[in-house]
Design a protein around this ligand. Structure first.
Ligand code: IPE
Ligand code: IPE
Ligand code: MG
Length: 247
């Protein structure tokens, strides 16, 4: 009796669900290499992990899920690999757009879109427009995204406005910088997960992750599933966030 009362209490205890989860999806190449497969096979399998995690995030009550799909530095990869990744993006947008819409997912893309092929830019705009009014989960995909590039653009925008006389330099505050980032209107991530054992930020959400909780897992991205996602949420639930204060 005492035992079941204890476990019921544990189940009923309120657990903090992160409002915004960001993920650096890493390890596709190593997953493929371990199977003597081409890197593209790892990326393809990684797309299945994306589907599973989007569903799991929605079910868990996460409001924003940001996935790092392609960094501004990933353009340095061999041409064939870049082509494969762009091909997968096209495929994902074509095959999954309606599923996402049905799930109530709103899609938003952050990054330097101008570097993407025109047909991809069009597809992205279409899916964003189609899903704009959805409210279950906002899926933010970072493509051709770099945190420093984002900050440079914000600095340029502020400088332009100051030079034009529409902005007083003394009035520039943190909110003014945030408002000029790709992520304007999106709350900062509460939890950032990186897979594949690497423990670095790789130019992702530099400004936005000032007080984010980091969870690093050894699992390679193609093996990351809803249980792995749930485990990361559990790890977050055990963290104590202080924001510089004494609590
Ligand atoms: C993540 O997997 C996918 C992208 C960066 C596009 P990687 O391709 O970086 O895989 P590893 O790190 O080489 O294993
Ligand atoms: C970061 O992974 C970018 C994405 C997951 C899209 P990388 O594999 O490119 O990062 P590094 O090179 O290991 O830092
Ligand atoms: Mg990698």
């Amino acid at each position: 009796m005492a035992d079941s009362a204890t476990s019921n209490a544990a189940v009923a205890a309120p657990r903090a669900t992160p409002r915004h989860v960001a993920i650096i999806m890493d390890g596709n190449g190593r997953w493929a290499k371990a199977r003597h497969l081409p890197r593209a096979a790892g990326h393809r399998k990684g797309m299945e992990a994306v589907r599973a995690v989007v569903k799991a995030a929605g079910k868990a009550g996460v409001e924003y899920l940001t996935l790092f799909g392609f960094s501004s530095e990933n353009w340095k990869r061999p041409e064939d690999e870049v082509k494969d990744l762009m091909g997968l993006l096209r495929l994902y947008l074509r095959k999954d757009a309606h599923d996402l819409h049905r799930q109530g997912v709103r899609l938003k893309v952050i990054g330097d879109r101008a570097r993407l092929a025109p047909d991809i830019q069009e597809q992205l705009a279409e899916v964003e427009a189609m899903t704009a009014a959805n409210a279950a989960l906002t899926l933010v995909i970072a493509i051709s995204y770099g945190g420093r590039d984002e900050l440079v653009r914000a600095a340029r925008a502020l400088a332009r406005e100051a030079a034009a006389g529409t902005l007083d330099p003394e009035a520039i505050d943190e909110a003014a910088v945030s408002a000029r980032l790709f992520t304007d209107g999106i709350p900062d991530p509460d939890l950032l997960v990186r897979t594949s054992g690497e423990q670095r930020i790789s130019n992702f959400l530099l400004w936005q992750s000032a007080y984010t909780e980091f969870v690093f897992v050894d699992t390679l991205w193609p093996d990351f599933d809803r249980d792995a996602f749930a485990a990361a949420l559990d790890a977050f639930g055990r963290r104590e966030r202080r924001y510089g204060a004494v609590v």
